[in-house]
Design a protein around this ligand. Structure first.
Ligand code: FES
Length: 102
C-alpha cells in the first residue's frame, strides 16, 4: 500500500497529515528531504502534524515530547517509545510513502 503527494506542495517545517490505509502519517519536508512518521504521538493521542518542526526534530504540541524525524526516536520526555517510520521515495515532484519492509 502506498500514498502519494507532491513535493512542491510541501513546505519545510510545515508538517502535513496524510492517510495510508487506516493509518495517519505525519509528513515533513526538511529542505530537500522528506520524512514520514506516525502522526499519533507515542505518549498520548495528539496529532504530531500539528506540532513544531525544528531541524530534523518534531515537537508534540500537547506535552512537548520531541522525536527524531529520521529515526522516529523519542528524544525528550514524556514520550519514551519511538514512532513508526515510513519509507519515503521521491521522484522529481512525486513523493510516495509506504510501510517499511521488515
Ligand atoms: S501527547 Fe505528545 S507528548 Fe504527550
Amino acid at each position: 500500500m502506498t500514498t502519494s503527494l507532491k513535493f512542491s506542495d510541501l513546505t519545510t517545517g510545515k508538517p502535513q497529515k496524510v492517510t495510508l490505509g487506516d493509518k495517519d502519517i505525519c509528513v515533513v519536508r526538511v529542505n530537500e528531504e522528506v520524512f514520514a512518521v506516525a502522526d499519533i504521538c507515542s505518549h498520548a493521542e495528539a496529532s504530531l502534524s500539528e506540532g513544531e518542526v525544528s531541524g530534523e526534530k518534531i515537537e508534540c504540541w500537547l506535552h512537548g515530547a520531541e522525536f527524531n524525524l529520521r529515526t522516529g526516536e523519542a528524544i525528550t520526555p514524556p514520550a519514551t517509545e519511538s514512532l513508526e517510520v515510513y519509507e519515503v521515495k521521491r521522484d522529481g515532484d512525486s513523493v510516495t510513502i509506504q510501510e517499511r519492509r521488515r
